[in-house]
Structures are given as structure tokens and as C-alpha cells.
Design a protein around this ligand. Structure first.
Ligand code: BGC
Length: 871
């Protein structure tokens, strides 16, 4: 039977989930149900009770580095390789749709989910995501890029309205998704929880219809985030295909009623049902799905891939020469002369950079995280890893190796490093414990210690879905430890574990910093291999590291505590802000060191006009890889407001010692375009553009002027000449023109947005879309007590366990409407209205209406279940 011949109720039933992870199929039309599973850096396949917070048990699977870390590789082909392995595991664990990658823009360093997102830049985010999607889908499994769109804070995550101007939305927050959709053709996409300019993402016609489907040509299935849909009818009209997880039959009833009433066209219902059916058919798992454990050989192979990804992603932030005579003499004694292998790219001896650690270096390993690793974040992405490693054991393994492994440039019976001892150094939960610091200092001060290796960073409570960080600092106990270690005079090498930038008050006092991010289950061995030179770090930062949190452009209004999250800073996100305003940073976007040295020369347009070329040389005797980055700046006499420069292309280049290569970076539809709001269209400004190449957003040794003409041969959708004459952006944009967005006025915002931007007020009446947390200000005793009890409970659990209570947090951030979407039909919209009445202090009336609505809902569900059974 054809899908169109099914009854309205049957088609409607396909548009919502049958359980936490399963879609509803239809036997009569031969459409199987399919399985969705998180995502994004490992498969979280739950067979028992499902949950979308990463709390319940799931099958073992490989935990790869998280997106924030993988982005450091600037290598879409590495992301693709990881995606292939992910898709393979999804397939073997009977998963049709893997819920990832996450590619929201990192608007502010404190977003609790930054570790799951790639970058502050849409080109990096889009291209990395495209790689992962291609890899996943090569297995016949659907990828599901998320969370579409403008979703950059966790506070009130289901009840927040992102207020943003159209141009910023298109150029910064949507371009990454556009690249992923156009380049990798994902079969599905997940809408975000939030509203965008007052309309929920899952029922946003502008987002899903005008942009995603009409402009980018997406033909797949749009699934809501779990509990993120609002009106089932509005979703179907706008292009939202599938509501997850489980509204039971409540949405089916609403859709059937709307078709009957003539307010919803059956053709729209058919279109959405076809989108769902297409995923079911395209991802049929040909009976392989074993609901079983991964094959041992596959697990071993994927552990190696996870290691390679981690190795290609970690970023060397600092690597200074050490003055330590002890180190030099010990190393020399052990190796019988000049112990520092030639991989240093600097003269041998005391003036060589501290990393990689020289042969025979005696290391004190410090830090609880060296022994009990932290390699992923909390929440729905949490993977039950197949293996676990830690840095201490990996260091010891290396030390016990009797001969040097290949790749060091010298041989002998001296182990690369020896581990003198270990000290925890700090309390994992952040409590001050001077005794732990004293113990670590005593160890490091011993004569048989050359180097202190300090593993520090964010703990489990700091980085989680559902909760933004409250500070950019790492726990004070750890800062105190690093300062105390540095004060011993021994060189300190810091291994930094964190999914997002942190403040580094001791940056100037340590010899080296290796930023390993959240590096997945093989992160420890990858780290040790980088520290000892087996691997040459080649990662570059995919987001700016500000000196301190207050330097961030959105620090003054992030996260928004009320309904409206106003994106006041416009396009000045990350380096677009720092490079325009001149605010100094700790490490710029794109930055990363290597054990090699690279130079650039001969920057010129490609002969065929399709891009630019530059010669990259590895000027050292160590093989290594770097990231060449292309930035563009608009014509000087431009009528368009722009950041000082924007990344438009990049290439990861691996070069042998002394090798040179001519590298080409192609222009594409994104290189010169801007979104012209008045014309509702993309435009290119003709004129003299400045193009620059370098190794980070701040260090751009080569620039050239490049003339863009109307006939620019790079396939632009719309090419227009520049506005005539001495064009200049609208002066009413005021502070935006200098990038000084921390001082923008409401009038300047009006000029940017092209409309009045309402200042958020404190709601006095709660609606279906206000989170339960807002009830703490309710005039009703019961509602107030519910909210405050939940808040207290969450604080207590966090205190006790050291990790956020994700369940309670979810309820606090949840608006009542979500209850109708996540309770398998137990709650419908009439019941939600009654619950809202309770929230507004009409406790008795609300409770009575709730009871009556409950019985009506039960009978209505029974009726529709019967109808569906009889079809
Ligand atoms: C998260 C999604 C996730 C879904 C299913 C939601 O809470 O926002 O990223 O895929 O749950 O677990």
C-alpha cells in the first residue's frame, strides 16, 4: 500500500516517536520503525529504559574526542575517518540515525555544551561537521546535525528566545549548517529547543522552509530535539517532520483534528510522512543489527582511530626553553653526551624547548586527572567507553620500555622518560587542601625530578549539558597547585583538560602547556606520545582564548536569565570581535605551536582565478603538520559593516623535514558574500579586497590586494557591484563600526536589527513556555515551593556528588509544554494549561481542571489507539 493511501491518523502517527529512541513505522505501507541514538562522539545505545541526559546504562562503544577537541585538528578528513568508525558502530549496535554532529557556534566560553561544538567560526564548524557526516553516512546510517539553530546557552534551554538580527543569523549562526548541508547532504537534521525571534525552531517556517529546504535544498527529515517541539500542527506546516521522543497520541489527535477542521493541508502531512518514511527505508540495517556488543577486533581498531584523532587535535599552546641545568646534565649523562634529540628544532642543550621531553627526563606526575582521567563531558553525549587509559600509567609504560621506539632520532637502552613519583595535587571536587599541594611540591623538589608534569583542568561538575559554567577559571585549588609547582623552580609542563577555554593566571610561569581538550578514551596515550615526541602536535585553536572572561564580547549579557537572549554583539563573535576591537587575547583563534617550524612565501592568486596559492615550508628537521589559514577583509570603501577579517578557507598541510609545498585554498560561495537584508539575498561587493594568509588570526605574514569584479568566476549565487561612490556603513551603527560591542546602545542595536529590540522584562504571568524554574517567583505557594525545592535538591546533589543533577536541572529548565511531548501521552495540552494555572497561583482551580483533563485525555487516547489498531 502506498503511504498516501494510509488514513490521516496513520500518517499523523508516523510524525512522532513511539518511545524514547524509536520512530513509529507502518506495517500496512511496509515502513519499518527506526532507531535514533546519541551522538555525537560515540554511540550511546540504550536498550533498557531510555533517557536523553546520559544517565541510564548504554552499550559499550568507542568514546572519540569531543567536537571541541576534534576541531583543533582543522582536518575534515580526520573527522570523516572518525565518522566512518562512528557509523560502523552505530550500524553494529542497530542504530539507524546517529544524533550528531553538534555544530552550534561557540558564542561565549561559558556555554555548558561548548565541548560538544566545534568552533566560534562557521567555516571551521561547517567543514568539520561535513567530514563527520560523510563518514557516518558512508555506512548507510543517517547523521543528524544539531541543534538547528542559534542555540548557544544552556540556561533555560527549552524556554529561551534567541533574539538576533537576520544578517548575523545568516552569516555566523547558519553558515556552518549551510556548509554541512550542501557539502555532506545529511539525511536528517535536529532543530534546537529555543525560539528564534519568537518562533520555536521546530515550527519556524523561515528557518525550515525558506532557508533549509528552499535555499539550501535539504530534502531530508527534520527531527525535534527531545521535548523541543511545541505545536504539532505548526511544525508540520513549517517543515518539522518528526517530534521526539514520545508525545503518545496527543499530537496525533491534534493533527487529525486540524486536517478535519481544514486548518492543516493533508498534503503537508503527506510530505512530512514521506520524509520520515525515506529515512526508514534508506537506513534499513539489512538484518545486521545485533543489539549486541561490538566485536573485539572492531573495538580495538576504533580505539586506535580514537587515538589518532586525539593526536591530530591537541594544541601545543606554549613550549619554552628551560634554563634547568639539572635537566641538561641529567639528560646528557643518561645518553652519554648530547641527549636532546634533534626533534627540537632548536640548538641542542639547555636552551631547547622543554617539549618533547628529552631522553631520560625524570618526571613527577602531578594531578588527580593524571590517574583518574576526564576525557568527555556530561549529558546526552556521554559514552560508555570500551576502554580507559590514564596518563600516569601511560607514562610508566613508556618508562618501563627498555629500548627507545623508532622516531626519536637516537637509540639506546635509555627509556624516553622515567616517572619519579605521583601526587594527586588537588581535590577533584575543588575543595582547598594545602596538604595535597605540599605533598606535590615535596615530590617535585626532590633532586631526582627534572620536570613537573601537571595535569589540570575542568572537573566533571564544570562541563555539562543543561548547565552553563559560572566562571572561566579552573578550580582555585588547581591554580594554587600550579603556582606552587612553578615556585619550586623546576620546569612545569601543564597538560590542560577542558572542553572550552579557561583562564590561565600562571601562563607566564610554566614552561609548556599542551591543551588536550576532552580527548576521548585513547587521549592519555595520545598525550604521552605528544609529550615525548612520538607525535608532533599539529592542532590549532578553533576558538579564541581571552585573557579573562570579562574580555568576552557577550560577557555582559550571557547567559540571558530571562525569556529573551538578545544577541547584542551581532556578528562580533570570537576573533571577529577581538581582531576588530583590538582587545588583546591570551591565544588567538587559529593558534597552535609545533615541534617543527613553518614559513610561508609567494602568496598569489591561482592562475585560473579559482583561489589563492602559497608555498609552505617546514624549516626544521622534524616532520610535522600545520594549518594554513586564509582571511579576507572587505573593500576599504565599503558600504557593509564587517569585522576586521574573516576566515574563509584553510588547509592542513603535513610536511617532511625541510620540505616545501605549494598549497591552494579555493574560493567558494562563502568567500566574499554578505547577506543583504534589504534585498533578502546574498551579495558580493566588488572592489579591492585584502586577502591574508598565516597560522592564526593575529599572525598573518602575507597579504595581497585582490580585486573582486562583477564577473568573479567562483560561482557566486548573486554578484553585485559595490554601492556607488564613497560608501560607508550606516553611521547609526555607532560602536559596531569599531567592534566595540560591549558599549552598544539600544539605538545602535535598533540600527543593526532594523527594528526595535524589546528589553526583556521579568514575566509576572507564567505561560506554557516559561520554565519551571521561573515559578520560584510565583505568587502561588505550591508553584513556588515546587521550584524552590527542585533548586535546593539540585544544589544538594551537586554538592554531594560533585556532578550536576541533570534530571532535576532538566525539569527546572523545562517549560510545561514539554510535558506533553515526553510522557507518552499521559499529559496533553489541556492538562498543560491546567498546570500553568497552578504555576500562576490558581492552585485549586488548576488542580481540579487538571484532574478533569486527565480523564478526558485518557479516553481520547484510547479512542485513537483503537482507530489505529483497526486500520
Ligand atoms: C539533547 C540532544 C540529544 C537528545 C537525545 C537532548 O536533551 O539536547 O543533543 O540528542 O537530548 O538524547
Amino acid at each position: 500500500m502506498e503511504l498516501e493511501e494510509l488514513s490521516v491518523a496513520e500518517k499523523a502517527a508516523m510524525l512522532s516517536g513511539g518511545s524514547e529512541w524509536d520512530s513509529r513505522g507502518n506495517d500496512r505501507a511496509g515502513i519499518p520503525s527506526f532507531v535514533m541514538s546519541d551522538g555525537p562522539h560515540g554511540v550511546r545505545r540504550q536498550l533498557g529504559a531510555g533517557d536523553h541526559l546520559g544517565l541510564g546504562a548504554s552499550k559499550p562503544a568507542t568514546c572519540f574526542p569531543t567536537a571541541g577537541t576534534v576541531a583543533g585538528s582543522w582536518d575534515p578528513s580526520l573527522a570523516e575517518e572518525m565518522g566512518e568508525a562512528l557509523g560502523h558502530e552505530a550500524h553494529d549496535l542497530d542504530v539507524n540515525v546517529l544524533l550528531g554532529p553538534g555544530l552550534n557556534i561557540k558564542r561565549n566560553p561559558l556555554c555548558g555544551r561548548n565541548f560538544e561544538y566545534y568552533s566560534e567560526d562557521p567555516v571551521v564548524a561547517g567543514r568539520m561537521a561535513a567530514g563527520l557526516i560523510r563518514g557516518i553516512q558512508s555506512n548507510g546510517v543517517a547523521a543528524c546535525p544539531k541543534h538547528f539553530a542559534v542555540n548557544s546557552q544552556e540556561l533555560r534551554r527549552q524556554a529561551s528566545n534567541s533574539v538576533i538580527d537576520e544578517r548575523t543569523m545568516r552569516e555566523i549562526y547558519l553558515t556552518g549548517f549551510e556548509i554541512a548541508v550542501r557539502e555532506a547532504r545529511p539525511m536528517t537534521i535536529m532543530t534546537s529547543y529555543n525560539q528564534i525571534n519568537g518562533v520555536y525552531a521546530h515550527e519556524n517556517k523561515h528557518l525550515l522552509g525558506d532557508i533549509l529546504r528552499d535555499e539550501w535544498g535539504f530534502r531530508g527529515m527534520v527531527v525535534s530535539d527531545w521535548g523541543g517541539s511545541d505545536s504539532a500542527v505548526a511544525a508540520v506546516k513549517a517543515g518539522g517532520s518528526l517530534e521526539m521522543p514520545s508525545p503518545g497520541y496527543t499530537s496525533v489527535r491534534e493533527l487529525v483534528a486540524a486536517v478535519k477542521a481544514g486548518t492543516l493541508a493533508e498534503a503537508d502531512l503527506d510530505a512530512r510522512a514521506r520524509e520520515v518514511a525515506a529515512v526508514a527505508r534508506a537506513t534499513r540495517l539489512d538484518g545486521v543489527g545485533r543489539d549486541d556488543l561490538l566485536d573485539d577486533a572492531v573495538a580495538a581498531e576504533h580505539h586506535e582511530i580514537a587515538r589518532r584523532v586525539a593526536e591530530g587535535s591537541m594544541v601545543l599552546l606554549k613550549n619554552e626553553a628551560t634554563e634547568s641545568a639539572t635537566l641538561a646534565s641529567v639528560a646528557a649523562a643518561l645518553a652519554g653526551g648530547d641527549a636532546r634529540p634533534s626533534v627540537f628544532g632548536a640548538p641542542h642543550g639547555v636552551s631547547a624547548p622543554i617539549l618533547p621531553l628529552g631522553v631520560g627526563t625524570r618526571v613527577a606526575v602531578i594531578g588527580d586527572m593524571a590517574k583518574t582521567p576526564r576525557f568527555q563531558g556530561s549529558g546526552s553525549s556521554k559514552v560508555n567507553a570500551t576502554r580507559e587509559e590514564n596518563i600516569l600509567d601511560e607514562m610508566r609504560k613508556l618508562a618501563s620500555a627498555s629500548t627507545l621506539s623508532a622516531g626519536f632520532g637516537s637509540a639506546g637502552a635509555v627509556p624516553p622518560v622515567t616517572v619519579t613519583g605521583y601526587a594527586a595535587g588537588y581535590d577533584r571536587q575543588g575543595a582547598a587542601n594545602p596538604a595535597l599541594i605540599d605533598e606535590a611540591v615535596a615530590l617535585v623538589s626532590r633532586d631526582d625530578v627534572d620536570v613537573a608534569l601537571a595535569v589540570v583542568g575542568l572537573d566533571e561538575r564544570s562541563e555539562s549539558e543543561g548547565l552553563d559554567r559560572s566562571t572561566m577559571a579552573i578550580p582555585q585549588a588547581q591554580n594554587d597547585l600550579v603556582a606552587a609547582l612553578a615556585a619550586t623552580g623546576k620546569p612545569v609542563v601543564v597538560v590542560l583538560v577542558a572542553g572550552s577555554p579557561v583562564e590561565l593566571p600562571w601562563c607566564d610561569d610554566v614552561a609548556a602547556i599542551l591543551y588536550v581538550g576532552l580527548s576521548g578514551q585513547a587521549g592519555a596515550s595520545a598525550t604521552v606520545r605528544a609529550l615525548t615526541g612520538k607525535v608532533n602536535p599539529s592542532g590549532h585553536l578553533a576558538e579564541t582564548w581571552p585573557v579573562r572572561y570579562d574580555d568576552c564580547p557577550s560577557a555582559g549579557w550571557y547567559p540571558a536569565a530571562g525569556r529573551d537572549a538578545i544577541y547584542r554583539e551581532g556578528p562580533f563573535v570570537g576573533y571577529r570581535y577581538y581582531e576588530t576591537s583590538g582587545v588583546p587575547v591570551r591565544f588567538p583563534f587559529g593558534y597552535g605551536l609545533s615541534y617543527s617550524r613553518f614559513t610561508l612565501a609567494d602568496f598569489a592568486p591561482a592562475a585560473d582565478g579559482s583561489g589563492v596559492e602559497v608555498t609552505v615550508t617546514n624549516d626544521s628537521d622534524v616532520p610535522g603538520a600545520t594549518v594554513v589559514q586564509l582571511y579576507v577583509s572587505g573593500p576599504s570603501r565599503s558600504g557593509v559593516l564587517r569585522p576586521a577579517r574573516e576566515l574563509k578557507g584553510f588547509a592542513k598541510v603535513a610536511l617532511g623535514a625541510g620540505e616545501s609545498r605549494r598549497v591552494r585554498i579555493a574560493f567558494d560561495r562563502y568567500t566574499f558574500r554578505h547577506f543583504d537584508v534589504a534585498a533578502d539575498s546574498w551579495r558580493v561587493e566588488a572592489g579591492e579586497w585584502t586577502l591574508a594568509v598565516g597560522f592564526d588570526a593575529e599572525t598573518l605574514p602575507l597579504t595581497m590586494t585582490y580585486t573582486v569584479t562583477v564577473a568573479a568566476p567562483f560561482g557566486m549565487p548573486v554578484v553585485d557591484p559595490a554601492p556607488a561612490g564613497d560608501a560607508a556603513p550606516d553611521p547609526a551603527l555607532g560602536h559596531y563600526l569599531t567592534g566595540d560591542v560591549t558599549h552598544v546602545t539600544d539605538a545602535e542595536m535598533r540600527a543593526l536589527f532594523g527594528r526595535e529590540v524589546i528589553a526583556p522584562g521579568k514575566p509576572t504571568v507564567f505561560g506554557v513556555n516559561d520554565p519551571i524554574s521561573s515559578w520560584s517567583g510565583s505568587r502561588g505557594f505550591v508553584a513556588r515551593t515546587i521550584a524552590r525545592t527542585l533548586e535546593r535538591r539540585e544544589a544538594k546533589v551537586r554538592e554531594k556528588t560533585g556532578a550536576p543533577d541533570l534530571n532535576t536541572l532538566f525539569i527546572l529548565n523545562m517549560p510545561p509544554r514539554a510535558m506533553a511531548k515526553m510522557t507518552a501521552g499521559m499529559v496533553d495540552s489541556a492538562m498543560v494549561d491546567a498546570i500553568v494555572a497552578i504555576g500562576n497561583g490558581r492552585t485549586f482551580r488548576g488542580a481540579c481542571t487538571l484532574a478533569a483533563a486527565h480523564f478526558r485525555n485518557r479516553s481520547a487516547n484510547k479512542r485513537i489507539a483503537k482507530e489505529l489498531d483497526h486500520e
